[in-house]
Design a protein around this ligand. Structure first.
Ligand SMILES: NC(=O)c1ccc[n+]([C@@H]2O[C@H](COP(=O)([O-])OP(=O)(O)OC[C@H]3O[C@@H](n4cnc5c(N)ncnc54)[C@H](O)[C@@H]3O)[C@@H](O)[C@H]2O)c1
Ligand SMILES: [Zn+2]
Length: 370
C-alpha cells in the first residue's frame, strides 16, 4: 500500500477492505501525495466547516493541487445543526457541481460533525464514493474517524439515518489539536482515557504517568495518545464491525452519558463531558455490584478526575435521567446493559435491573454529599 511513513501507521481491516490510519505532525501538508497512494488523481470534493477551513483549508488545498487533484470545496456552518438530511442534500448538489464520478473522493476536513455528514454523503452519493478522513478535533481523531459509522440526525433522533461505511484513508495531524478550544479538547480526552480503562492497561499506565503532558497538549505525547486510542478502537472494531456485541464495550460511560445528554436536550453537555460523568458513575455502579475493587476504582477515578466533571445544570433530577434510561430499556426490549470495568484494561457487559441502585448512583453526582 505504498512506502512506510516516518510517523505512526495503523491498518484497520474491515469486512470489505483494509484502510490505513496515518498519524504524524504536519501530515495535512502531505494530503495530496498520500491520497495519490490510495487513488489516482482526479476530481474531488473537500467538505469542511468555516472554523476549520479558515485555519487548515489552504494547506490541504495547496498540497492537493500540487499533486494534480482538481478540488472543489463545500463549506458548512460549524456545529451539530448542520448534520441533517437537508445538509446532506446541499452537499449532493456540491458533489454534482464538482463533477464527481464513482471514483472521485469526498474529503472530510473537520470534527465529528464533518466526518459523519461528509461520510454519509460519500456513502450514498452514486451508491458510494471513496471517503477520505482528515479529522481535526480530538474526538474525531480518536473516535469518529475510525470504525466506519456515518450518519445524519433526524428531528426525532440523533444519528438516526446512517450507514457503516469505512473510509479509504485517514490522515491525522495531531498539531491541529493546538487550536481546539479547551472545552472541546477535554471532552475528547475523556474518550482517550476510556480506551485505557476498557481495553489497554499499558496505555492507562502511560496516561497516569503523563496526564500533565496530555492536558498541556505536548506534541509528542499527543501523537502517542491519539495512536494508542486509534489502535484500541481498531482492535475492537476489527473484532466486531457491525456492533453485534463486543463493540459495545466502546459504550463505557455512554449509557448514563447519553441519558444526561438527552435529559438536557443536547444543549448543556458536550458528548465527552457527559461520557466523563457516565464513566465516573459506571465505576461507582461496578463497585456496588462488586465487579471492581476499591484500589482499581481509585486509580480510574484519579485519572478521570484530572478532567474535572462539569457540574449538573439547575433543575436536573435523577428522575429525568432515569426516564431517558427507561426509554433505552424499552428500545432494547430488556434490561439496561452497562459496560463496567472489572480491572484496568478490561470491561464486561452487565445487565442491571435495579433502577433504584442506578438512581442512587446518579444522585451522588447531582447532589454530592446530599
Ligand atoms: N461516527 C462515529 O463513530 C462517531 C463517534 C463519536 C461521535 N460522533 C459524532 O461526532 C460529532 C461531534 O464531533 P466533534 O466533537 O468533533 O464536534 P464538531 O465537529 O462540532 O467540532 C467541534 C468544534 O470544534 C471546531 N474544530 C474542529 N477542529 C478544530 C481545530 N483543529 N481547531 C479549531 N477548531 C476546531 C469545529 O468547527 C466545531 O466548532 C457528533 O455529531 C457525534 O454524533 C460520531
Ligand atoms: Zn462517545
Amino acid at each position: 500500500m505504498g512506502p512506510p511513513l516516518k510517523g505512526r501507521e495503523i491498518e484497520v481491516t474491515t469486512g470489505t477492505f483494509a484502510y490505513r490510519v496515518l498519524i504524524e505532525e504536519d501530515l495535512l501538508a502531505e494530503t495530496g501525495r498520500l491520497l495519490r497512494l490510495a487513488l489516482p488523481p482526479g476530481r474531488a470534493l473537500l467538505i469542511s466547516d468555516h472554523n476549520v477551513f479558515s485555519r487548515y483549508g489552504n494547506a490541504v488545498l495547496q498540497s492537493l493541487a500540487a499533486e494534480k487533484w482538481q478540488v472543489k470545496t463545500a463549506l458548512i456552518k460549524p456545529g451539530e445543526g448542520s448534520k441533517t438530511v437537508t445538509g446532506a442534500k446541499r452537499l449532493y448538489e456540491a458533489c454534482i457541481d464538482a463533477g464527481l464520478d464513482r471514483t472521485s473522493p469526498v474529503i472530510a476536513l473537520g470534527g465529528g460533525v464533518i466526518g459523519d455528514l461528509a461520510g454519509f454523503v460519500a456513502a450514498t452519493f452514486m451508491r458510494g464514493v471513496p471517503l477520505i478522513m482528515l479529522p481535526t478535533s480530538l474526538l474525531a481523531q480518536v473516535d469518529s474517524s475510525v470504525g466506519g459509522k456515518v450518519a445524519v440526525n433526524h428531528p426525532r433522533g440523533k444519528n438516526m439515518i446512517g450507514a457503516i461505511y469505512p473510509p479509504r484513508l485517514v490522515l491525522i495531524d495531531p498539531l491541529v489539536l493546538k487550536t481546539l478550544n479547551n472545552r472541546q479538547f477535554r471532552a475528547g480526552a475523556a474518550e482517550v482515557i476510556k480506551y485505557g480503562i476498557i481495553e489497554d492497561e499499558t496505555f492507562f499506565t502511560r496516561l497516569e504517568e503523563k496526564s500533565d503532558r496530555l492536558l498541556a497538549r505536548d506534541s509528542g505525547f499527543l501523537a502517542e495518545a491519539v495512536a494508542a486510542s486509534v489502535r484500541s478502537k481498531a482492535r475492537v472494531v476489527e473484532k466486531d464491525e457491525y456492533e453485534q456485541d463486543y463493540r459495545r464495550i466502546l459504550n463505557f460511560g455512554h449509557t448514563i452519558g447519553h441519558a444526561l445528554e438527552a435529559a438536557t436536550a443536547y444543549r448543556y453537555y458536550l458528548h465527552g463531558e457527559a461520557v466523563l460523568v457516565g464513566m465516573v458513575l459506571a465505576v461507582k455502579l461496578a463497585q456496588k455490584l462488586s465487579c471492581l475493587d476499591a484500589g482499581t476504582a481509585g486509580r480510574i477515578n484519579s485519572l478521570l478526575g484530572r478532567l474535572r466533571m462539569k457540574k449538573p445544570p439547575q433543575g436536573l433530577t435523577a428522575g429525568k435521567v432515569i426516564d431517558k434510561l427507561e426509554h433505552d430499556k424499552k428500545r432494547l426490549r430488556g434490561d439496561l446493559i452497562f459496560v463496567l470495568p472489572d480491572r484496568i484494561g478490561s470491561a464486561m457487559m452487565v445487565p442491571v435491573k435495579d433502577m433504584e441502585m442506578i438512581a442512587g448512583v446518579i444522585e451522588t453526582y447531582l447532589e454530592p454529599g446530599g
